[in-house]
Design a protein around this ligand. Sequence first.
Ligand SMILES: *[C@@H]1O[C@H](CO)[C@@H](O)[C@H](O)[C@H]1NC(C)=O
Ligand SMILES: *[C@@H]1O[C@H](CO)[C@@H](O)[C@H](O)[C@H]1NC(C)=O
Length: 235
Amino acid sequence: MKRLGLVVLWLTFGTSALRLSDSVLDLHLTDEQLLQLSLHPNQAAIDDCVAQDLDLAQRGFNMQLNMPQNLNFLNATTLWGMIGAFIKDADSLVTVCQARQMFYDTLRTEYDSCMDPSYLINSGGAPVNTAMLYVHMMRHLEFMCGGGFGVYTDDMDCFLKNDNDPSLDPCFQTFNQTIHQDYNQLCPAVNTYMNCMNDGYVKLCGNVAGWTMCEYERVGYAWNCPGLRCYLTQN
Ligand SMILES: *[C@@H]1O[C@H](CO)[C@@H](O)[C@H](O)[C@H]1NC(C)=O
Ligand SMILES: *[C@@H]1O[C@H](CO)[C@@H](O)[C@H](O)[C@H]1NC(C)=O
């Protein structure tokens, strides 16, 4: 998958592996702007995140994927790169999804409050962009392992092949430009970005693939921009 999320954090770990990206790190926004991005619009009534539980959940996740046990949200860039390198086909995605399910089951009612960048920043001491990346990473996995699993794996070969297609570059550039010009335009910019990814992937991989990549991006921002929707291109 390509420039997904707020900024293409294109982590490239080997050409055969899936490149998972997230735009948070490349945007070069100030910490203050990133923090605003992370504010949860409607905080649900849920349990507070307990650091030991998050740690336990992360260790289980890492163990399942044969990754160093002590990597945690502070190592989001490394984690995301390793996960991207791990996902090479449907079977390896299933393994990642099983690890994600265990991670979720360990946290359960704490999950949403642990996946809140402001918690990771304030209680966990994470730099803003690291916290943002970690949360986007987990939200992207939620989609790939949940409702998006079937559609994602159906077109996986095409996604892996076109990961870095230059036809998708303008999507991100427009997004980046809009955000820098007027930061308050985040949600309209995400909307444009999602639609641009849809159109790009419709051409590269077909209608369902377009919707899948739109949705993959949408979930990363849903907590900032709850009203966004992706539509399947009909023709
Ligand atoms: C993980 O992050 C911590 C805190 O920034 C750092 O000290 C440690 O070296 C990192 N581990 C790896 C394997 O990158
Ligand atoms: C995004 O835009 C800013 C401001 O124009 C620029 O400094 C930055 O390099 C751009 N990021 C990317 C990845 O193009």
